[in-house]
Ligand binder design. Structure first.
Ligand code: GUN
Length: 295
C-alpha cells in the first residue's frame, strides 16, 4: 500500500466537536438552541436508518431534533403543508426532507417550498444556482460534497490549479461537487454513463471523486500515481464470512487503487461520516443566520 488513508471518521468527529462547542456557546450567550426538523415520507429502510443517524447526532451535539414521518401515500399538499408549518416555526432552523421521495410526489416543488434560510441540505434551486455562479456564494452547500471539500482541506490538498475528475452527475453529489471544486479553482471534468473513455479521463485526475453508485468500478489502473481518491459510493458486496452476509464497499476498487493513489478514503469510514457532520454544521449556521436577523 502506498496511499495514505483519509480518516473521515476522525475528521467527522472533529467537525462534530466544533459544532457541539458552538451550540453550547449559543445557548449560553443567546439562550437559543438550534433545531433541525427531519421529514421522512414512507418507510424506506435505508432512509429510515439515515434519518435516525441524523437525529441521534443532533441530540449528541445539543441540537434540538424534530422528527416528522408521513405515510408513503401522503399527498403533495400534505407534504407542502408540513414544510410550510416548519418554515413558519421559529424554533426550527433547518428542514431536511429525506430523498428519495415516493414516485408520485413532485420533488422539485417540495424542495422549492423550503425557506431558503432553512435549506440545510443545500438543495433549493436558488442555493444551487448561487453555487454554480462565479462570485456568488450559496447560503448552504450540499452536505456530502461539502464534506469531501473538508476532507481535502484537512489533508492539505488544495484543489487550485489541479485536474479534478468527478465520476457521476447526481444532483446530490456529482453536480454540486463539480461546482465546489470549480469554485476552489480546480479544472473539473464530470464523467457519466455516456462518457466515451472513462479510464482516460480518470487517469488525468489529480483529484478523483467517485459517485456513480457502481461497486468497485474505478480500478487502480485508472488512477494517476499519487492522486487523491475520494470514494462516495456505498455498496453491499456479498461476503459469506460476515454475519450479515455482506460488507460495504465503495465505487472504487480499494485494493488496487490504494497501491497507486497518494491519498484514499476507505469505505466505510471515509466520506460517510462527513455528510452528517456537515449537516450539523449547516444547522448551526442556519441558527446563526436566524439570530443575526432577529437582533
Ligand atoms: N438522500 C441521500 N443523501 C441525502 C442527503 O444528503 N439529504 C437528503 N435529504 N436526502 C438524501
Amino acid at each position: 500500500m502506498t496511499a495514505q488513508l483519509i480518516d473521515g471518521k476522525a475528521i467527522g468527529l472533529k467537525v462534530q466537536e466544533e459544532v457541539r462547542l458552538a451550540v453550547a456557546k449559543m445557548k449560553e450567550e443567546h439562550d437559543y438552541v438550534p433545531g433541525l426538523a427531519t421529514v421522512l415520507v414512507g418507510d424506506d429502510p435505508a432512509s429510515n436508518t439515515y434519518v435516525g443517524m441524523k437525529q441521534r447526532t443532533c441530540k449528541k451535539l445539543g441540537i434540538r431534533s424534530i422528527g416528522h414521518t408521513l405515510p408513503a401515500d401522503a399527498t403533495q399538499e400534505e407534504v407542502e403543508k408540513l414544510v410550510s408549518e416548519l418554515n413558519a416555526d421559529p424554533t426550527v432552523n433547518g428542514i431536511l426532507v429525506q430523498l428519495p421521495l415516493p414516485g408520485h410526489l413532485d420533488e422539485e416543488a417540495i424542495l422549492n417550498s423550503i425557506d431558503l434560510e432553512k435549506d440545510v441540505d443545500g438543495f433549493h434551486p436558488i442555493n444551487i444556482g448561487r453555487l454554480a455562479m462565479k462570485g456568488r456564494d450559496a447560503l448552504f452547500a450540499p452536505c456530502t460534497p461539502a464534506g469531501c471539500m473538508r476532507l481535502l482541506e484537512e489533508i492539505g490538498v488544495d484543489p487550485s490549479g489541479k485536474d479534478a475528475v468527478i465520476v457521476g452527475r447526481s444532483n446530490i453529489v456529482g453536480q454540486p461537487m463539480a461546482m465546489l471544486l470549480q469554485k476552489a479553482n480546480a479544472t473539473v471534468t464530470v464523467c457519466h454513463s455516456r462518457t466515451k473513455d472513462l479510464a482516460g479521463h480518470v487517469r488525468r485526475g489529480d483529484i478523483v471523486v467517485a459517485a456513480i453508485g457502481r461497486m468497485e468500478m474505478i480500478t487502480g489502473d485508472m488512477i494517476k500515481p499519487g492522486a487523491t481518491v475520494i470514494d462516495v459510493g456505498i455498496n453491499q458486496k456479498e461476503d459469506p464470512t460476515r454475519k450479515r452476509g455482506y460488507r460495504l464497499v465503495g465505487d472504487v476498487d480499494f485494493e488496487s487503487a490504494k497501491e497507486v493513489a497518494g491519498w484514499i478514503t476507505p469505505v466505510p469510514g471515509g466520506v460517510g461520516p462527513m455528510t452528517i457532520a456537515m449537516l450539523m454544521q449547516n444547522t448551526l449556521r442556519a441558527a446563526e443566520i436566524y439570530l443575526a436577523k432577529k437582533s
